[in-house]
Write a protein that binds this ligand. Structure first.
Ligand code: FAD
Ligand code: EPU
Length: 338
């Protein structure tokens, strides 16, 4: 087992924040995890599991052990007339898996194209975009308990998936390492184009509703709306969209007829945090290298040398102004480390 010392994390987080860690190691198999947890380096230090680093904000150097999950492999476990059950290693890049599914004639995750990061993190916040959440296709999640090395296989139900939430963000936070996820992907194309932008983009492209074309439409929309982390540091949406009482939403609609919300149930409405932040005047704001993206107010950006602390300071100011203007609390989606 190799441990490197004092490693720079700047290229390992899409925010591009400068931070170092005391110790760093990579895991390529389940047996390596079981070995790792017996080592003094693991026992004596705080640890953090890292995937693609696209939902993490370092606010200072990490004075512990970073464990980068590099377990690879895509294997078909079973199939019937309608479905292929595919088990994927936690270290596989999410978008590469989306492309693999399309090349293999499978549908179900095309709407989730171009989401950065790896398979292992996909169940953690139940990644979602353009009308689909990964919980819709996850069959099981394989994980190793980092205390005793025992394996646990979680069924979809046991994962307690909700909007940007799961058991792994709550009861099991930092207690397990996900090694594999299995997905039920459809052999017959089942398309979800409920999100208006997709149909618009398909018509713009003059393209029929195929799995590949939906994937391409999503890629185009995302490239227009969201900053590319290779060019401007960011972690996607910094905050979650808040869920408020529908009665309160109706009152706000009276004051702001263009407010954007989605009905979640009879009583609850999810409000577009990007709209709230935009209405508070933050879009395009910049202070030194910490800013709010010019096309999407929900995305905080690092123009180069921003520190994690500067991003947090900006996030707090945004939370305060949204609370003052709308009496709504917004909470980070990004995992803040430090
Ligand atoms: P990391 O950032 O490395 O880790 C995230 C968390 O998961 C950390 O707490 C980490 O400790 C933990 N973790 C990672 N791997 C494991 C493992 N194997 N076992 C246990 N714990 C683990 N998200 C969406 O849902 N929808 C979007 O549309 C979307 N768009 C984005 C666009 C951009 C430009 C960016 C930068 C991000 C976007 N995100 C989006 C957020 C991000 O891509 C997802 O949250 C992604 O799943 C994070 O994966 P990762 O491998 O980078 O995780
Ligand atoms: N809006 C504004 N101003 C802004 C930003 C947005 O008015 O500055 C309005 C838009 O016009 C639109 C609404 O807010 O009417 C929603 O915006 P958008 O469609 O861009 O989606 P979002 O709610 O901001 C969510 C996810 C994204 C996901 C998209 C597409 C969350 C926290 N974010 O963003 O996920 O890609 O929908 O489905 O749920 C992420 O989690 O990192 C992420 C990027």
């Amino acid at each position: 087992m190799n441990f490197s010392k004092n490693i720079s994390l700047k290229k390992l987080n899409t925010f591009g924040i400068k931070a170092n860690c005391k110790l760093f190691t990579e895991i390529h198999s389940k047996s390596q995890i079981k070995h790792l947890i017996q080592t003094e380096e693991f026992k004596r230090n705080n640890y953090l599991i890292l995937g693609g680093g696209s939902n993490i904000l370092f606010t200072k150097d990490f004075n512990g052990l970073i464990i980068k999950n590099e377990i690879i492999g895509i294997n078909i476990l079973s199939e019937n007339d309608h479905i292929k059950n595919v088990k994927v290693g936690a270290g596989v890049n999410w978008h590469k898996f989306v492309l693999w599914s399309i090349e293999n004639g499978l549908s179900g995750i095309e709407n989730l194209a171009l989401i950065p990061g790896n398979i292992g993190a996909s169940p953690i916040q139940n990644i979602g975009a353009y009308g689909v959440e990964v919980k819709d296709v996850i069959d099981k999640v394989w994980a190793i308990n980092l205390k005793d090395g025992n394996e646990h296989i979680f069924t979809n139900l046991e994962c307690k998936f909700k909007y940007r939430d799961s058991i792994f963000k709550n009861e099991l936070k930092d207690k397990i390492m996900i090694t594999h996820v299995s997905f039920n992907l459809s052999k017959t194309a089942i398309h979800n184009t409920s999100y208006g932008d997709i149909n618009e983009e398909l018509s713009r492209l003059g393209a029929e509703r195929s799995t590949k074309n939906i994937c391409n439409a999503v890629i185009n929309i995302r490239k227009r709306k969201l900053p590319n982390p290779d060019e401007i540091g960011n972690s996607g949406s910094f905050f979650k969209n808040p869920v408020i009482k529908s009665s309160k939403f109706k009152k706000l609609q009276g004051l702001y007829p263009d407010i954007v919300g989605y009905k979640m149930s009879e009583t609850d409405t999810k409000v577009a945090a990007g709209w709230l932040i935009d209405k508070c005047g933050w879009k395009g704001h910049r202070n030194n290298d910490a800013g709010v993206h010019k096309n999407q107010a929900l995305v905080l950006v690092n123009y180069g040398e921003a520190t994690g602390k500067e991003i947090i300071l900006l996030a707090k100011k945004i939370q305060k102004s949204v609370k003052e203007k709308f009496d709504i609390n917004i909470y980070p989606e990004v995992n803040i480390i430090g």
